[in-house]
Every structure is written in C-alpha cells, then in structure tokens.
Write a protein that binds this ligand. Structure first.
Ligand code: GTP
Length: 314
C-alpha cells in the first residue's frame, strides 16, 4: 500500500491491536517489518519481527503484556521511543524519538545500567546482523544447489555460463560445455525402483565432480538425469578428452543395469561443444549445440562421446 508522505511516524491500531493505518514515516522506522506491514496485522507480530534484540532487554510485554504508555526499543539500526495513546477507537502509536546507530535509552534510567544496556544492545545487534548475513548466504547457497545430489543446479550453471561467456569473449580463449545423460535411466528406475535411481544419480554426480580438477570447472545437474559441465579456457580437443574420461569413470563404477541395451552396467552418453572465439552475447547457442551432440551420441548407440566446434555465434 502506498503511504502519503507524512513527517510524523504514526500508526493506528484498532481496539484489538490490529493495524488500521500508518504514515510513511512509520513504515520507514519499521523497515525491518516492511514485508509484513499491512492492514489487519497485529501489533504483537510487528514487535516480534522488529524486537529481537529488545527481548533480551526484558521488554516482557512484547510476548504477552500491554506496552507501557512510553517505551523504548532498539533494533539493529535505530533506537526508537514510542508513545502509546489509548483513544476511544483504539491505540495510536507515535514515534517520539528516533536515532540512528547509537541507541538512546530512557532518560530515567541510571547511567550505569544505561551503559550496560547500550553495550548489550550493540552486541546483540551485531549478533543479529551476523545471523542475518549467514541466513542470506545459506539461502543463496540453497537456491544454487541441487537438493538430491548436492552439486550445482541449473540456475547456477546458467549464471556461470553467462559470466564465463563474457570472460572468454574478452580473453578470446575457448569455452567448452559437456552435456551428459544417463542411458536407459527410465528402465533403471522401473526395474530397480525410484529410490535406487536416486542413489544412482547421487553416485554419478559425485563421480563427475571428482573427475573435474580445475578450479573454474563446474558440474551441474541440469535436470532429471541430465548433467552439464562447464570448462572455461578449454579447447575442443581437451574437452573431448575430458568427456571420454568421464565416460570411463562412470563405466568403472560398474553399477549393474539389467535393462540397458547399451551394456550390462550404467553408462552415459555425452555431447561436447566448444566456442572457440566468442563473438555474440547469446550463450545458449553453446548449450543447443552440446544438446544436439548428446542426441547424436544416443543415436550412435549410447555410452559414447560426440564433439564438435560450436559454429553459429554471431
Ligand atoms: N530416480 C530418479 N529418477 C529421475 C529423477 N529425475 C528424472 N528421473 C527419471 O529419469 C528418466 C529419464 O528417462 P528418459 O528421458 O525417457 O530417458 P532414458 O530412459 O534415460 O533413455 P535415453 O536417455 O534415451 O537413454 C525418467 O524415468 C525420469 O523419471 C530423479 O530425481 N530421481
């Protein structure tokens, strides 16, 4: 909801402490709770969102009691003194004082306890900030990791492909990709069960990863039973060589596959494509070329590698 500019920070709650309306200033002060500020939200939910550090300062009313007429709270950015008025139609909260960075404590507080609280608040603020950073980092990692195999997911691959594409365009060094697909995997699932299929996917993912040694190489799960490798600064000859190594490494696992027409063990088919001297900005041409080569490998009997330079990069 867009809020009219209003210099005072004011919020109005109805008699059951549900938010009715608020000024833009109030929204700014409660920026930590910006995502939940909406009509009908309870005052307690707003406190819960903003007042993490204050709990330690024994503002016990936040978890059940009624706020005193004037109260102070410190979040990780500001110290805010709030006045509360109970009117005929509900509560009005007015932010009486707000300061950035250094928390201001209630004037009636003794100097020593004020100092103690101030340092406690700052410490808690730092801990809260750190926890938030860790959480953001964790969420970021989660968003880029495949849940089953623990390797990078398609999103990560796509992001990195664009970055490496631009790098190799500048450096005029080659960029290669390998598309990998497990042969007759549907039959594997049907015969051994989906859970065994999952285990097989995990083993193959970790084997592929273990066989890529350069720091900028990446292996990702592109979808279902399809994997991709990104090999920056690698020419066609080296990429095809690496693909052959990967094919051998999977064969060496000797995972039985009683229903494959390619072999009695699990095998993979691979398509390798290399962009030699990148011109345009469309990195998807590399993917399409590798994908086509993968199908060529399937058509040639599976359990083999097909490779070629990626030619259309205008
Ligand atoms: N167990 C398991 N199976 C999956 C997962 N994701 C995709 N699959 C299965 O992978 C199989 C892929 O089958 P198809 O695309 O028909 O290919 P295929 O049987 O490997 O045959 P070819 O690729 O032609 O050799 C499907 O049965 C999917 O259900 C997964 O996370 N776990």
């Amino acid at each position: 909801m867009d809020k009219a500019p209003f210099t005072q920070s004011v919020a109005i709650f109805d008699a059951s402490e549900r938010l009715v309306d608020w000024s833009a200033g109030f929204g700014e002060e409660f920026a930590d709770a910006a995502s939940i500020l909406s009509q009908g939200i309870s005052a307690r939910d707003i406190y819960a969102m903003c007042l993490l550090p204050e709990r330690a300062l024994d503002l016990s009313w936040a978890s059940g009691g009624t706020p005193p007429p004037v109260f102070e709270y410190i979040n990780n950015r500001r110290s805010i003194a709030v006045e509360q008025h109970l009117g005929a139609n509900g509560y009005v909260f007015r932010i009486a004082q707000s300061t950035q960075a250094t928390p201001q404590l209630h004037p009636s507080m003794l100097d020593e306890s004020a100092e103690l609280l101030r340092s406690a608040a700052l410490q808690i603020s730092a801990a809260v900030l750190k926890r938030r950073e860790q959480e953001t980092h964790r969420l970021h990692e989660l968003a880029l990791t495949d849940g089953l195999t623990g390797i990078a997911n398609r999103r990560y691959f796509d992001e990195l492909l664009d970055i490496e594409w631009q790098r190799c365009k500048k450096s005029r060094l080659p960029l290669s990709t390998i598309f990998i697909d497990i042969d007759f995997f549907k039959r594997y699932n049907d015969f051994y069960g989906h859970l065994s299929g999952d285990v097989c996917l995990k083993i193959i993912a970790s084997t592929l990863r273990a066989n890529l040694h350069r720091p900028r190489d990446l292996v990702a799960r592109y979808g279902g039973e399809e994997f991709t490798c990104l090999l920056p600064e690698t020419d066609l000859r080296d990429a095809a060589h690496k693909a052959a190594e990967l094919e051998k490494a999977i064969r060496a696992l000797a995972i039985p596959h009683g229903k494959s027409e390619a072999a009695s063990i699990v095998t993979i088919s691979l398509g390798v494509s290399t962009a030699q001297c990148i011109m345009g900005d469309d990195s998807s041409v590399l993917i399409r070329a590798a994908d086509q080569l993968l199908y060529d490998a399937k058509a040639a009997g599976r359990g083999c590698v097909r490779s070629a330079l990626c030619t259309s990069m205008g």
